[in-house]
Design a protein around this ligand. Structure first.
Ligand SMILES: Cc1cc2nc3c(=O)[nH]c(=O)nc-3n(C[C@H](O)[C@H](O)[C@H](O)COP(=O)(O)OP(=O)(O)OC[C@H]3O[C@@H](n4cnc5c(N)ncnc54)[C@H](O)[C@@H]3O)c2cc1C
Ligand code: SF4
Length: 472
């Protein structure tokens, strides 16, 4: 019965280093049928599964693993799809080592966690291949409509829930392609763009109307959307990059992480990118230094490797144990040749004209824990050092823009962190019939949380709209 002890954990094969850094394609294969069964079967014998508690979507993981182990892939997929709008995306990019797989009992017992994310991806890919995924066709169509601002995972998940319940949905997106950070932030070697576009096309076929190149607050106002729709969902994410404030860190000398990643993703779509052609966003033959230790920093270093950088260094002020990025991505970056300088912080950037040539840094040590429990990094006296740097990329995290100003809505309340304030037990903001979900509420977070909030906010809007109709 204790399959997890008899069968080893086996992740899907990853392409070897030399092959994968030569292109921007995904690095992992999908589990084949034999391994799908064998790896799912490892769940058998886990007496009291806790994996579900590690999944923000409360996915019914043990049940779909058992069905997959029995060869009932269709039933397994139906179950996994019931709680997750984008299972093929979560299976690929959730940091499972901090979520479901961290809570896996065999994993905690030292046998290696079940490859939950890989099974979720394999089931979903089979569903697309076999034609099990069909456009949403609600049993009843309502006249009620909801406007969604932003087509990232929060907006997409909300749109799907609303359509399943027969509501009319219009998404307003300022970018020229839908998908939010799934399309323009996350690199294609983690998530191929065809996977995202397949989903947005599915939503279009399901009756969701997309208005691309349409910025709310500029091309259309929030007030207009409130007049035209029964409810509005704000799901615009967070996009203000934290600044590096050391001498020499001027706009010309620094490349913000998202500018760099958006440009790389645009090149992948075949778009012309002026700042890449001018060399500003091209890492080839350069000594690249990326400052930061989160997933965005990992995405930047790995993109620079693929663009043919001479050397790629990641500088982070805390140690490896305290880096916020996923271990999986750190391992991938290391395998691809990235060098890590832990406990190191920038002090100045030197250069000639608009081009950096060197970064001056200092060694750090971890001091007393702060309020959030994390140790405060402190400078080590007389530990200055310098690194050659022709390109300096900052990946220091994101904060919200001034959202009441952006939406010309001074009564839209925000929290002390600038994120949108929502009700204690729900997603409605301080403006009646205006709801919010995803990063703009939670701060920079994860795709799986954006999906959870988008789904929950949609259910709340549906309940509120229908209750009002009944009361009228
Ligand atoms: C580089 C990078 C890598 C990441 N990697 C991972 C990962 O591996 N795994 C993971 O789980 N998470 C990852 N994340 C985090 C994840 O992408 C986000 O938490 C998630 O996308 C948030 O979803 P969202 O729908 O709230 O916002 P977003 O995905 O940011 O989407 C918001 C959308 O709203 C649009 N918008 C904003 N304002 C307006 C307006 N006024 N009018 C119209 N449209 C507007 C934006 O253009 C955007 O398309 C990563 C983030 C970054 C930056
Ligand atoms: S959605 Fe993410 S956390 Fe939940 S089971 Fe899938 S991979 Fe794990």
């Amino acid at each position: 019965m204790l399959r997890f002890a008899q069968t080893e954990r086996r992740s899907p094969p990853r392409r070897d280093r030399a092959e994968r850094i030569a292109d921007f394609d995904e690095i992992s294969a999908t589990l084949d049928v034999q391994n799908l069964h064998a790896q799912s079967e490892r769940c058998a014998g886990c007496g009291v599964p806790f994996c579900q508690s590690g999944c923000p979507l409360d996915n019914n993981i043990p049940d779909w693993l058992n069905l997959a182990a029995e060869g009932q892939e269709h039933a397994a997929w139906v179950l996994s799809n019931a709680t997750n709008t984008l299972p093929e995306i979560c299976g690929r990019i959730c940091p499972q080592d901090r979520l479901c797989e961290q809570a896996c009992v065999p994993g905690q017992a030292g046998f290696g966690a079940i490859t939950i994310g890989a099974v979720e991806t394999a089931l979903s890919e089979q569903a697309w291949r076999e034609g099990w995924v069909s456009p949403i066709s609600p049993p009843v169509e309502h006249k009620h409509s909801v406007a969604i601002v932003g087509s990232g995972p929060a907006g997409l998940a909300a749109a799907a829930m609303l359509r399943e319940n027969g509501f009319q949905v219009e998404i307003f997106e300022r970018a020229d392609r839908p998908g939010g950070l799934l399309t323009y932030g996350i690199p294609s070697f983690k998530l191929e763009k065809t996977v995202v576009l397949r989903r947005t096309e599915w939503l279009m076929q399901s009756g969701v109307k997309f208005h691309l190149n349409c910025e709310v607050g500029k091309d259309v106002t929030l007030a207009e959307l409130r007049r035209q729709h029964d409810a509005v969902l704000l799901a615009g994410g967070v996009y203000q990059a934290r600044q590096l404030s050391v001498p020499g860190a001027s706009d010309n000398m620094i490349v913000p992480a998202l500018d760099y990643l958006i440009s790389a993703n645009r090149l992948g779509f075949g778009d012309a990118v002026e700042d890449f052609n001018s060399g500003r966003l091209d890492a080839s033959n350069k000594n690249v230094v990326v400052i930061g230790g989160g997933d965005t920093a990992m995405d930047c270093v790995r993109t620079a490797v693929r663009q043919g950088a001479k050397k790629v260094i990641c500088l982070y002020r805390r140690d490896e144990e305290n880096m916020p990025g996923s271990r999986k991505e750190l391992q991938n970056a290391r395998e691809e040749g990235v060098e890590f300088f832990w406990l190191a912080a920038p002090k100045a950037i030197h250069g000639a004209g608009d081009t950096p040539t060197e970064i001056r840094a200092v060694r750090m040590q971890l001091g007393a824990p702060q309020k959030d429990g994390r140790a405060l990094p402190e400078e080590v006296p007389q530990s200055a050092f310098a690194l050659p740097a022709d390109m300096v990329i900052t990946a220091l995290g994101f904060t919200p823009e001034d959202l009441p100003a952006k939406y010309a809505a001074p009564d839209l309340e925000t929290t002390q962190w600038g994120t949108l304030a929502i009700g204690r037990n729900g997603y409605e903001t301080s403006l009646a019939r205006v709801y919010a979900a995803g990063d703009c509420v939670r701060g920079a977070s994860l795709v799986v949380w954006a999906i959870r909030e988008g789904r929950d906010a949609a259910m709340e809007m549906i309940g509120d709209i229908l209750r009002k109709e009944l009361a009228a």
